[in-house]
Design a binder for this molecule. Sequence first.
Ligand code: FAD
Ligand code: MLT
Ligand code: ZN
Length: 510
Amino acid sequence: MFSLVRGSVCAHLARRHAHSIPSFTHLNAVTHDDLAHFAKILPPNAILSTLPPNLNSADDLVPYNVDWMGKYHGQATTVLRPRTTQQVSDIVKFCASRRIGIVPQCGNTGLVGGSISLQKEIVLSLGAMNSVRSFDPVSGVLAADAGCILESLSDYIARYNHIMPLDLGAKGSCQIGGNISTNAGGLRFLRYGSLHGTVLGLEVVLPDGTVLDQLSTLRKDNTGYDLKQLFIGAEGTLGVITGVSILTPPAPRASNNIFLALPHFKNVLPLFQTVKRQLGEILSAFEYIDRTAYDMGLEHGLGPILNPDEVGDAQCFVLAETSGGNHDHDSEKLNNLLESLMSADEPLIYTGTLSQSPGQFASLWALREGLTECLQKEGKPYKYDLSVPLAEFQNVVDAVRARLISKGLYGDHGITKVMGYGHVGDGNLHLNAIAKYGYRPELEAALEPFIYELVASHKGSVSAEHGIGSMKTSALRYSKNDVSIEWMRKIKHVFDPLNIMNPGKVLPSV
Ligand code: FAD
Ligand code: MLT
Ligand code: ZN
């Protein structure tokens, strides 16, 4: 779907991050002796290290040390690629005894710097643990290693006419263990809900090396605390997920989509209500794209989707999808919807198109899914993944743009574009500000904490689905009160008293 951003360590960025990260005086760097121990657990090709005797080049470690955006540059000297849960357990046990920090990593597509080492922690890459363990076509329960790529799992169960309950633009690279560790939302959330509901069981290597086997395939299990829930969205701070069991729904018999151009943002809410009323249970996605994002998509070849004359000065766009049991019935419903929208006395839309073929269906989705990559091509995006009331989506984007203008930071020399897109159905706005010529401290200072304060004023969340990682540890307090953070710390201490597991992520340093 996309390529990994490669590049050498940017000294400027490394310096900037060095100011904001805690110093891990409690942790040790990997030594020659440690490598010799790892060599007793893993075969030589599963150990990458810039230290002797391996002497890999720093470039060999770039795929593990640089995140997808090219924003976070890690310091790991050593990457370990186990194939079995036992190997993970042995590695973690040894790291605990030696006080070596561990960054669990799956597809390294996270957008908040959670999968990158901050100092000299090892990267524990799960990518070689990539087997399907079992699939039951009757219950739809899939059990798989954490390192299975999301798209490979989709392909695997497609032969049984099932689909994964989550889908995202990064599906070709992200892995199920990473999805669960970030509690990823994505494009099917409206229909199938959160991973907190669809994940049935997990196998986790705890920070002392113990294997916690909760790989249940039961839908109902009311026997006390549901421990697995703690690891969903823990971003690798409580343990390493090695195995997963997840409920997969039957593939819908028919999927259709429509793409609509709206004159004003204020029409989005009444449109959402109308669409929900008319489509009922077959509505499976309702996605929002503002005009700036739409134009950016077209500039990068993701269109044209609609006739430009009919689009006119449309302020925003909506992509709605249906998933149902009967293609003709569903497309008739969509046709009726489109007709009633177009023929209303005061139409909520300027124009719209209904996909007529699988190719068209895919190209409507491609525009929405491709935006994240387009941003990368435009420059360096500051990405904010917010929960705010639907009615505020446009106001929030406008307020950020106005702030940058007032500070003289809007334009070629600073932020060139501010835009919003996201999952309307879930109240999740993706606000993006592009720095054409790279990340700069004064740009970040203009955006933060301004955006987080704005979100807090709406009682929203500073992270709807991407997580906290290292990017938002200081922003956590805008969405969680002191008591909540204190209990998060206590939970972290219970599982990881030595603070070796993804240190410096999620919780702000004290
Ligand atoms: P990684 O990036 O490797 O890791 C993410 C975090 O999980 C890190 O903190 C890491 O330490 C931890 N972790 C990884 N593996 C394990 C493990 N086995 N055990 C414990 N901890 C672990 N997110 C959404 O929610 N919705 C979207 O629609 C969406 N779209 C995206 C589109 C694109 C193009 C991209 C690049 C990203 C998108 N994301 C989206 C971000 C998203 O969080 C991820 O892509 C995905 O869930 C991360 O999976 P990963 O395998 O790459 O994890
Ligand atoms: C999306 O919905 O496209 C993803 O969460 C990624 C992004 O925010 O760009
Ligand atoms: Zn998203």
